[in-house]
Design a protein around this ligand. Structure first.
Ligand code: G3P
Ligand code: CA
Length: 225
């Protein structure tokens, strides 16, 4: 079962920072999950919200700020907002990277970056999975490069996610763990999908979801898995 650190290891370090991703590696996570938006000058920025207001000392939409403007603001502990390139270089093939597409325009940019790392830097498709709640962006990924693994995120309806996953040959269904029970977990796996629920943090919930024999869990505390 894959142990995947949510936004790095959000339970221990500020989310979506290089420090949080390094912490996940230190905790022997099998993978990290992160969220991306585009800066005004087209760089892929690792940030959960569409604005920088909650997590930094700045304000504004990621889309309206250039990379140098974004770099001038700090997250707690004097940490910078990372780009996706900086995270890829930190991880350096040591674990799976689950890129969650949040911002408009991220699909084609992330696909291009993954292709660059595979063709020029000796990475392979096993190092990546792209997920999103915005299923149109997953369709775009599939149309651009059907070799890239896709995880269909859902917080509402597993049946709809399964039907959509079949249509784009997704690798995984990534549901809110509260949607899961032993029956639908088995059904998802019998249809040939992996199942990667999120965000499972309490020891009780972790044990219950592990008992369903899921393929991986996304947690703020990857060491608890
Ligand atoms: O990828 C699973 C999870 O990260 C989705 O929710 O809001 O934490 O991005 P959120
Ligand atoms: Ca996420």
């Amino acid at each position: 079962m894959l142990k995947i650190g949510h936004r790095g290891a959000r339970g221990y370090e500020p989310e979506n920072t290089l420090k949080a991703f390094q912490k996940a590696l230190d905790l022997n996570a099998d993978g990290i999950e992160l969220d991306v938006h585009l800066s005004s000058d087209g760089h892929i920025i690792v940030m959960h919200d569409e604005t920088i207001d909650r997590t930094t000392n700045g304000k504004g939409l990621v889309n309206n700020l250039s990379l140098s403007e974004l770099k001038s603001f700090l997250i707690a502990d004097q940490l910078e907002i990372p780009t996706l390139i900086e995270v890829f270089d930190l991880i350096d093939k040591k674990c799976l990277i689950n890129v969650e597409l949040k911002g408009v325009g991220t699909a084609s940019k992330v696909v291009a970056l993954i292709e660059e790392y595979i063709s020029d830097k000796n990475w392979n498709y096993e190092h990546f999975i792209i997920s999103s709640f915005e299923w149109n962006m997953l369709e775009e990924v599939h149309n651009l490069n059907s070799n890239i693994a896709i995880g269909v995120l859902t917080e509402e309806d597993i049946d709809k996610a399964l039907a959509f996953g079949e249509s784009i040959k997704a690798k995984a269904i990534n549901p809110d763990y509260q949607l899961l029970n032993p029956e639908n977990t088995k059904e998802i796996q019998e249809k040939g999908f992996q199942i990667l629920p999120w965000t499972v943090d309490s020891p009780e919930d972790i044990q219950r979801i592990k008992n369903y024999n899921v393929d991986g869990i996304i947690s703020d505390f990857p060491d608890r898995l």
